[in-house]
Write a protein that binds this ligand. Structure first.
Ligand SMILES: Nc1ncnc2c1ncn2[C@@H]1O[C@H](COP(=O)(O)OP(=O)(O)O)[C@@H](O)[C@H]1O
Ligand SMILES: [Mg+2]
Length: 236
């Protein structure tokens, strides 16, 4: 039996009076890679923020490891095992790589150097740049810093909003390989991706979100084999 690690169901809410999320469900099992795809403005980032507690829900429940976390602040959700890499502004550009990673460990009072070395082991390209400002790095390296920063709290659920935005196909493949490696350690991944085809290839489960609701759900392979999904969302 496998209990979902994240179970966000019936999410309704948004920023003002009008709901952006219209009954959205996101379920992720332990160690799974779950991918959210869908058109611009569908509410993908809003759904991620709602799961993380940055958008308040009018309806719906968010369970993490079976516990209702709806009342918790984002910071308390980090303490419970969530790591979040937002779509925008996910590094401090005028701080060094290492300072960015240290900031990621803000909730920890123990020695986090071993985790720091694990992050550098996972992303050797930024290990050689630990004293450089994050703002001087390439887009792909900045995303590595952002993911590394989230890993510093040793999350059980890593949430990534468009981690490959603006990077080359080679860098994208490389980052997806690292994400697979992270998932193999037992960490659940919930990821929004605009590179839908490539992301669904590595997805255990895929959610196609349209107007704040689940339009299609299936394994990555199922969604890629679905003629309607392909025609509408994957460009044929
Ligand atoms: N901070 C905000 N305040 C008000 N409306 C917002 C805000 N952020 C996003 N929206 C609106 O919510 C809708 C969904 O946005 P978003 O979740 O960013 O979509 P996606 O990530 O799927 O592209 C859009 O109509 C967008 O204009
Ligand atoms: Mg978005």
């Amino acid at each position: 039996m496998s209990q979902a690690f994240l179970s966000a169901t019936g999410m309704r809410g948004g920023y003002g009076k009008a709901d952006i999320l219209n009954g959205c469900d996101l379920i992720v099992d332990p160690g799974q890679i779950a991918v959210i795809v869908g058109p611009n403005g569908a509410g993908k980032s809003t759904a991620m923020k709602a799961v993380f507690g940055m958008v308040s829900l009018r309806e719906g429940t968010v369970l993490l490891d079976g516990q209702d976390i709806a009342a918790l602040s984002p910071q308390d959700r980090v303490r419970r095992g969530m790591g979040f890499v937002p779509q925008l502004g996910n590094v401090f550009p005028t701080m060094t790589v290492e300072e960015n990673l240290e900031m990621g460990a803000f909730i920890r009072s123990d020695d986090f150097r071993a985790t720091l070395e694990q992050v550098y082991h996972l992303f050797p390209a930024i290990a050689g740049k630990r004293r450089q400002n994050a703002g001087e790095l390439s887009g792909g390296q900045r995303q590595q810093v952002a993911v590394g920063r989230a890993l510093m709290t040793r999350p059980k659920l890593l949430m990534l909003d468009e981690p490959t935005a603006g990077v080359s196909p080679i860098v994208m493949d490389e980052l997806f390989d690292r994400i697979i490696e992270i998932a193999r350690t037992g960490i659940s991944i919930l990821m929004v991706e605009q590179n839908a085809r490539q992301a669904l290839e590595i997805a255990d489960i895929g959610y196609v979100l349209v107007q704040g609701a689940n339009r299609y759900t299936g394994t990555g392979a199922e969604l890629m084999a679905d003629a309607e999904v392909r025609r509408t969302f994957l460009g044929g």
